[in-house]
Design a protein around this ligand. Structure first.
Ligand code: URA
Ligand code: SF4
Length: 211
């Protein structure tokens, strides 16, 4: 796995980055996925939200968070008082990773390896350098670890706004973690409400920070 570096046009804006990412072969994941799912939203957003990787819906639509996770995420943003039109939304990994037991059968999400997350990180850093958000909200451990290193845990860092300083970033910014929306969706009905409420507590801190 050589990584995405050689595919990333240096200093490019979001549009040119997205175009270049269409033909990325920085890791094996481009082979089985339908298309690159690049970030979407305001190119001058004050807040960037980073998920794990596209899911089945996103792999087909070509845009991040168009499936059930997105529905939950946008409902949470709305209730936290964050205007989705002022957000940039992306993923740590730009291609869908899945297992398919039979051809034409259901595609089951697989968590990307650390190597795949590392391979794709240049795209994420380039997006952050182009958008220059004030706050990056990482949704789940995969995105958190991509930017903060392998020790990052949502359980201990959620709702805490900290400095994001990275060799690959031209400017420092702030970072906050919360749970991944699909982690909320996976819970039993009885636990889902509380998990969603906790997600709102985190996101309201982000909303307060941006005020
Ligand atoms: N889950 C993610 O992490 N990202 C998406 O875009 C969709 C689902
Ligand atoms: Fe490139 Fe990222 Fe896709 Fe791998 S997952 S091929 S690094 S865009």
């Amino acid at each position: 796995t050589l990584g995405a570096d050689r595919f990333v046009p240096p200093g490019a804006g979001i549009e040119r980055l997205e175009e270049a990412a269409e033909t990325c072969e920085g890791c094996e994941l481009h082979r089985d996925a339908t298309q690159t799912v690049f970030g979407d939203g305001s190119a001058t957003a004050r807040i960037a939200l980073v998920g794990e990787q596209p899911g089945d819906d996103e792999d087909r639509s070509g845009r991040p968070f168009t499936g059930p996770s997105g529905t939950l995420l946008y409902r949470a943003l709305d209730q936290a008082g964050i205007d989705r039109g002022e957000c940039y939304v992306t993923n740590a990994v730009k291609h869908f990773k899945f297992a398919q037991l039979q051809p034409g059968g259901r595609r089951i999400h697989k968590t990307p390896t650390r190597g795949e997350v590392n391979a794709c990180r240049p795209w994420l850093l380039a997006e952050l350098n182009a958008v220059k958000p004030e706050l990056v909200v990482v949704l789940g451990a995969t995105a958190g670890q991509s930017l903060m290193g392998p020790e990052f845990r949502i359980s201990t860092r959620r709702g805490i706004i900290q400095d994001l300083v990275h060799d690959g970033l031209a400017e420092s910014m702030k970072l906050m973690g919360t749970v991944h929306p699909s982690a909320v969706l996976r819970l039993r009905e009885s636990e889902r409400k509380e998990a969603f409420a906790q997600m709102l507590v985190d996101l309201r801190k982000a909303a307060d920070f941006l005020e």
